[in-house]
Design a protein around this ligand. Structure first.
Ligand code: MN
Ligand code: MN
Length: 369
């Protein structure tokens, strides 16, 4: 019988005298992105859950005003504690006023946005937030997001892996499912006032087009303005903790009280350096890779370990207590966010960004982080 001949291009699953070439069908771009899966280190062993999912492999919900894609427990089943959304808003486009049962921690990846919220005392909050800065809306707090002059893209982190961006509480959705005579009675206006409520919410609301707003003063609501606990934080202005192999910024409820359920570190690791072997004594860790390339081995006890490779836009996950390191395997600075659904962010986590250890000069014992 004649055999099909398949491509021999691309990396091969060979490490020393182990392994053999691929003869069958293959997906070379994915194999190139995952050299430590294709040819796993000999120290990897046993069955470990998948700890990587790329936003590039997530379904993207496209709307006239932008888009949103999510990595939740449905995409990455091990990620039960945190879910993430990558959202884009064109200039002026609005993520409609809404709320949800989960807290929302936002990090602006590019551009700038205007955020608004109303706190439990009925006081309103408004701020313009730019790349590198963050916000946090506690669970249940209504909020909106609008793209400013050049639009924006941002990462949203939620403190429950089961969150879905498609299941938020929208004002328009609520109105569409309330008898119109009740709306009229509630607001003291004729029923005709609600004749033009949007009906195709999936396509015309949630994220919709609008004009770029004027200066923040022109948008601010005058009555009951200002909240005692701001929902935004200038993370990019924070002085980093500088270390031998990189630097780190940490934000948790000690310096940003509104972020009462989600803490984070922005870790930067120079080429050749690594985030030292460590574990987290109090929670899972959800990672988002911003730039550069990395590999991480997660030790799951009982002789089990697996190594994953990460690029910008990938999500990584480390279950509670499992040992791990993050190594810069590229030639540029590696930058990634570590989010933990726990307070405070353990300060000792900041220390192990160490160039000496990558060079083999370190002699310190692994420490809990
Ligand atoms: Mn939200
Ligand atoms: Mn860690």
């Amino acid at each position: 019988m004649e055999t099909t001949s398949f491509s021999t291009d691309g990396p091969q699953p060979i490490r020393g005298d182990r392994g053999a070439t691929i003869l069958g069908p293959r997906n070379v771009p994915i194999e190139r992105e995952n050299p430590d899966l294709l040819a796993s280190p000999i120290t990897d062993a046993g069955t470990v859950p998948n700890l990587k999912f790329s936003f590039a492999a997530a379904r993207n919900r496209l709307l006239r005003g932008g888009w949103a894609r999510e990595v939740t427990v449905r995409e990455l089943p091990v990620a039960t504690r945190i879910a993430g959304v990558d959202m884009r808003l064109k200039p002026g486009a609005i993520r409609e006023m809404h709320w949800h049962k989960e807290a929302e921690w936002g990090y602006v990846l590019a551009g700038s946005v205007r955020i608004t919220a109303v706190n439990p005392d009925g006081r309103n909050f408004i701020d313009d937030v730019a790349a590198g800065d963050i916000w946090n809306f506690p669970a249940g707090i209504p909020h909106s997001i609008q793209g400013l002059k050049n639009g924006a893209e941002f990462l949203l982190v939620f403190d429950d892996g089961a969150f879905s961006e498609n299941e938020t509480f929208l004002i328009t959705d609520w109105f569409a499912h309330t008898p119109v005579e009740v709306l009229a009675k509630n607001f003291g206006v004729p029923e005709t006032a609600f004749a033009n409520l949007p009906t195709d919410l999936d396509n015309t609301r949630y994220i919709f087009e609008a004009s770029v707003p004027g200066p923040i003063e022109s948008d601010a609501v005058q009555s009951d303005a200002g909240v005692s606990m701001p929902y935004s934080y200038r993370f990019s202005a924070q002085e980093p903790l500088r270390l031998a192999g990189g630097q780190v910024r940490i934000v948790d409820s000690s310096n940003f009280p509104a972020a009462s359920t989600i803490a984070a570190a922005l870790v930067e690791v120079e080429p050749g350096a690594m985030r030292e072997l460590h574990w987290h004594p109090n929670s899972d860790e959800w990672q988002y890779y911003l730039s550069g390339q990395a590999r991480m081995t997660v030790f799951a006890s009982g002789g089990k370990a697996r190594t994953f490779d990460y690029l910008a836009g990938d999500v990584g996950y480390v279950p509670f207590a499992m040992g791990h390191y993050v190594e810069n395997t590229g030639t540029d600075t590696l930058r990634f966010l570590e989010n933990v659904p726990q307070q405070p962010f353990c300060r000792c986590l900041a220390e192990p960004v160490d160039g000496a250890h990558a060079a083999g000069a370190g002699s310190g014992a692994p420490q809990p982080g």
